[in-house]
Design a protein around this ligand. Structure first.
Ligand SMILES: NC(=O)c1ccc[n+]([C@@H]2O[C@H](COP(=O)([O-])OP(=O)(O)OC[C@H]3O[C@@H](n4cnc5c(N)ncnc54)[C@H](OP(=O)(O)O)[C@@H]3O)[C@@H](O)[C@H]2O)c1
Length: 344
């Protein structure tokens, strides 16, 4: 950081959780110009210590005074805390980047993936919106891949099946698998059923239409981010006993025909994507491939055997990184680029 570079005061609400801790790590790794860090959590964790850039900071609880010290507030404390504190933080002068589902489908709030729709963060005068929503983790990694394909070939329909890490359910989700593997028998299962040695096709609560809330997030958020209400997304979301990241099997039907090599090149050149696709050497991404990485990984790219204008592929990303913390920090980076020199 040069001595003339502008620096920012950053609050992290949920700093003791899996996403919050990853946010602190990603801010450090990406050299985000932090002047002051304000780690916040609930009353339960008041006084708990968290690490940032090699130093230890004591966690406080959220209040208007603390947000008045922040330029940017990264929220990852669940929808209830976001509903309570995001308007307070925005009113106090911070720009809120919210990881929860609280504001994602609010028409006044942009739902942003920087590789896809960064322009929606700003109003007609180029000022950033006061609250910016981070999409659901399984949606983020999917739209990063869909965007360049939609621009070139026009997507009609996506059938997606997910293989989601236990860390998608936070610390409790992680600890549940660890406990089960250690032979502990819980009173009730965090993942609805036993997750060790299992796969549970049930993430979040069932809706009246028999899809789960997680599945409907993928439907609705994808349409909002891609700015296309005609896009058909047909998801099945499944929890599996891995820690590293989420995998997704995509079957994508296009309006236009495609050349498979052109698809590989298009994805390899697209921002935020790493193509790992060589069946002859058993090369394809896996959750462990993406662990602690910021990119979205794509492999198993092939034409649908029965439908010539349809593509199959496998997409992996670290849900705590690109699915949450990295995406939020990338949004903050866009803010800083825009406001460089003019943010008071
Ligand atoms: N995990 C993922 O892959 C993922 C991906 C995308 C988005 N998200 C979203 O990110 C958020 C956090 O997820 P996580 O996985 O990090 O969960 P987590 O590990 O359970 O952490 C939750 C954090 O929120 C804090 N918190 C909870 N209620 C609070 C309240 N009323 N006031 C202040 N702080 C409160 C907790 O503090 P205490 O220590 O005090 O309890 C903790 O720091 C959720 O909204 C989740 O939907 C998660």
């Amino acid at each position: 950081m040069s001595s003339t570079e502008k620096t920012y005061s950053v609050a992290v609400l949920g700093a003791t959780g899996l996403v919050g801790r990853t946010m602190l790590q990603v801010l450090h790794e990406r050299h985000f110009p932090v002047r002051k860090i304000l780690p916040l959590a609930s009353e339960r964790s008041r006084g708990k210590e968290v690490d940032f850039r090699g130093d230890t900071f004591v966690t406080e609880v959220p209040c208007p005074e603390v947000f008045s010290q922040a330029d940017i507030a990264l929220f990852s404390a669940g929808a209830g805390a976001s509903r309570q504190w995001a308007p307070v933080a925005a009113e106090a002068g911070a720009i809120v980047i919210d990881n929860s589902s609280a504001f994602r489908m609010d028409p006044e709030v942009p739902l942003v993936v920087p590789e896809v729709n960064p322009e929606t963060m700003f109003d007609a005068e180029g000022r950033a919106k006061k609250i910016i929503a981070n999409p659901n983790c399984s949606t983020i990694q999917m739209v990063v891949v869909l965007k360049p394909l939609h621009d070139r070939y026009t997507i009609r329909r996506v059938v997606v099946s997910t293989y989601q890490s236990v860390t998608g359910k936070g610390k409790a989700g992680h600890d549940a698998l660890e406990g089960e593997l250690a032979g502990k028998v819980p009173g009730s299962f965090v993942h609805v059923h036993q997750i060790a040695f299992n796969a549970v096709p049930h993430i979040d609560v069932f809706q009246e239409n028999d899809y789960t809330k997680e599945e409907m997030k993928m439907v609705n958020e994808t349409r909002k981010i891609m700015c296309d209400e005609s896009l058909s997304v047909s998801p099945t979301t499944v929890r599996i006993p891995v820690y590293g990241g989420h995998g997704e099997s995509l079957n994508i039907e296009f309006e236009k025909d495609f050349d498979i090599e052109a698809v590989r090149e298009l994805l390899a050149e697209a921002p935020g994507i790493i193509v790992q696709d060589d069946p002859s050497s058993n090369l394809y991404p896996m959750p462990l491939t993406s662990y602690e990485k910021d990119e979205v990984f794509v492999g198993r790219i092939r034409r649908d055997y029965w439908h010539p204008k349809t593509l199959n592929m496998w997409v992996v990303a670290d849900n705590l990184r690109k699915g949450a913390a990295t995406n939020a920090v990338q949004i903050a980076e866009k803010l800083v680029n825009i406001y460089e020199g003019s943010w008071s």
